[in-house]
Design a protein around this ligand. Structure first.
Ligand code: C5P
Length: 388
C-alpha cells in the first residue's frame, strides 16, 4: 500500500511518528508531508529517518518539487492519511485551499481516498464549525477515524478529541485491501422493459448505491464486474462494466459471470414485470379501454439462491412499509446470506441512506451515512462471512 501521511500541527503530531513507523513495519510504502505548524512539534528529519524517504514541507522548494512534488505524490498515493487532522487543517480541506504542500497534495487526491484522524481540544471538536466542515468532507467521500475519548494534553480536560491510537489507524488503512483479488459481481441501476421501440417501464433507481459498492470493492482490491442498467453516472474506473437494459439482459449477463465470482451483490432495481409483448412499431392510440398485459420477469437472485452451489449472495430490499419484516422474509425466501433493507420513500437518487442489514446467521446492523460509507460497511459484513 502506498500511503501519503499528512501531518497537521497539533500536539498529537508526536504520535504521527509512531504511525509512520508502524505503517512501514506493516509493509506499506510511506511518504510524508508536514504543514508548517506540524514542524513546530516534530521535524521532517524524524519522518525522513523513519520512512527512508524525503519529506514534503514546502510547495516552493525547488529541490522538493523536483524530487517528488505535491502532484507526483498525489498521483503516487493509494491512500492519504491525515493525522493529526487539526481544526485548521480540516477547515482548509473543506474550503479546497491549496496554500501549503499538504493541502495542495490532498486537493489532487479524491476525498474518497482520504482517511482523516482528527485530534484537537474537546471544546474545539464540539464547535459547529468543525462538525460542519468534517460533515462536508464525509459527504465528499472521506473516511474519518475517531477522535477517541480521553484525557487531553491539557490534563484537566477530558472528552472526545484524542487522536486514535496509531495501531488502530494502521488497521483502518490496511482494511482497504481486505478483498485483494476476490472476484465480485455487483449489479446496479434500474432495468427498462420495452413496450415498443420508444417506450418502456422502469423505476427511478439512480444506480448510486451499486456504483458505490463497485467502487468500494475496487478500492479494497477486489476484481469487480459491474452490470448496470441505464444510469447517468460516469463509468467506474478499473472495473469491468457491462451495460444492460432489461431484466432478461441482466439475467443473461449474471449467468455469464456467475461461475467466476465469489460474491454477488444485487443492488439493481430489477423490474418484476415486463410487457407481455414488445410491439415492433410505435403503438398507436386506440379508442376505448387500453390494457397492457404484463408477465413476470425471472427472479435472478432467487434463482441463484436455489442453486446447490452458489457465491455469497447479497440482496437489497427496497420497501415502503414494514421494512425489516419484509426484508427478513426475502432473506429466507431467496436463500440469501445478507439482505440490505431500506425505506425507499426518500432514498432514490440521494447521496446518503439509512439501512438495516440482516444476515442469515442472525447478524443485524443498522447503518447510515454516505452511499460510499455504507458500501464499505456492507463489504465489512461480506468480508467477515467469506470463507478463507
Ligand atoms: O423481491 P424484490 O424485488 O423486492 O427483491 C429485491 C432483490 O431481488 C434485489 O436484490 C433485486 O436486485 C433482486 N431481484 C432479482 N430479480 C428480480 C427482482 C429482484 O434478482 N426479477
Amino acid at each position: 500500500m502506498r500511503v501519503l501521511l499528512c501531518v497537521g500541527g497539533g500536539i498529537a503530531a508526536y504520535k504521527a511518528c509512531e504511525l509512520a513507523r508502524l505503517l512501514v513495519k506493516a509493509g506499506s510504502q510511506v511518504r510524508c508531508a508536514l504543514t508548517r505548524a506540524a514542524q513546530k512539534f516534530v521535524t521532517p528529519l524524524t519522518f525522513q529517518a523513519l520512512t527512508g524517504q524525503p519529506v514534503l514541507t514546502d510547495l516552493f522548494a525547488a529541490e522538493q518539487e523536483l524530487a517528488a512534488g505535491h502532484i507526483a505524490l498525489a498521483d503516487w498515493a493509494e491512500i492519504a492519511v491525515v493525522a493529526p487532522a487539526t481544526a485548521n487543517l480540516i477547515s482548509r480541506l473543506r474550503m479546497g485551499r491549496a496554500n501549503d504542500a499538504v493541502t495542495a497534495a490532498l486537493l489532487a487526491i479524491p476525498p474518497r481516498r482520504w482517511l482523516i484522524a482528527p485530534a484537537m481540544n474537546e471544546k474545539m471538536w464540539a464547535s459547529p464549525a468543525v462538525q460542519e466542515n468534517l460533515g462536508i468532507l464525509c459527504d465528499r467521500g472521506a473516511r474519518v477515524i475517531g477522535p477517541a475519548v480521553g484525557e487531553m494534553a491539557e490534563r484537566s480536560h477530558v472528552g472526545p478529541g484524542r487522536l486514535v491510537e496509531p495501531p488502530e489507524i494502521v488497521a483502518a488503512v490496511l482494511r482497504r485491501r481486505d478483498l485483494e483479488g476476490v472476484p465480485v459481481l455487483v449489479t446496479a441501476g434500474p432495468t427498462r422493459e420495452a413496450l415498443d421501440p420508444v417506450r418502456f417501464l422502469s423505476n427511478p433507481s439512480s444506480g448510486k448505491m451499486g456504483y458505490a459498492l463497485a467502487e468500494a470493492a475496487r478500492d479494497r482490491g477486489a476484481n469487480v464486474t459491474l452490470i448496470a442498467g441505464p444510469t447517468s453516472l460516469p463509468d467506474v474506473r478499473d472495473v469491468r462494466l457491462v451495460h444492460i437494459e432489461s431484466a432478461e439482459d441482466l439475467a443473461r449477463a449474471v449467468d455469464e459471470h456467475i461461475a467466476q465470482v465469489r460474491v454477488v451483490v444485487m443492488a439493481a432495481a430489477v423490474a418484476d414485470q415486463r410487457p407481455a409483448r414488445k410491439a415492433a412499431q410505435k403503438v398507436k392510440k386506440t379508442e376505448g379501454k387500453e390494457v397492457l398485459e404484463l408477465v413476470r420477469t425471472p427472479d435472478i437472485l432467487a434463482g441463484l439462491g436455489a442453486r446447490k452451489v452458489h457465491p455469497l449472495l447479497v440482496g437489497f430490499a427496497a420497501e415502503t412499509q414494514d421494512v425489516e419484516q419484509n426484508a427478513r422474509d426475502k432473506l429466507s425466501r431467496k436463500q440469501l446470506d445478507l439482505i440490505v433493507a431500506n425505506d425507499v420513500k426518500d432514498a432514490f437518487g440521494k447521496e446518503t441512506n439509512r439501512v438495516v442489514v440482516l444476515a442469515k446467521d442472525g447478524g443485524r446492523a443498522e447503518l447510515s451515512g454516505t452511499k460510499i460509507a455504507l458500501a464499505h460497511a456492507i463489504w465489512d459484513m461480506v468480508r467477515s462471512r467469506l470463507r478463507a
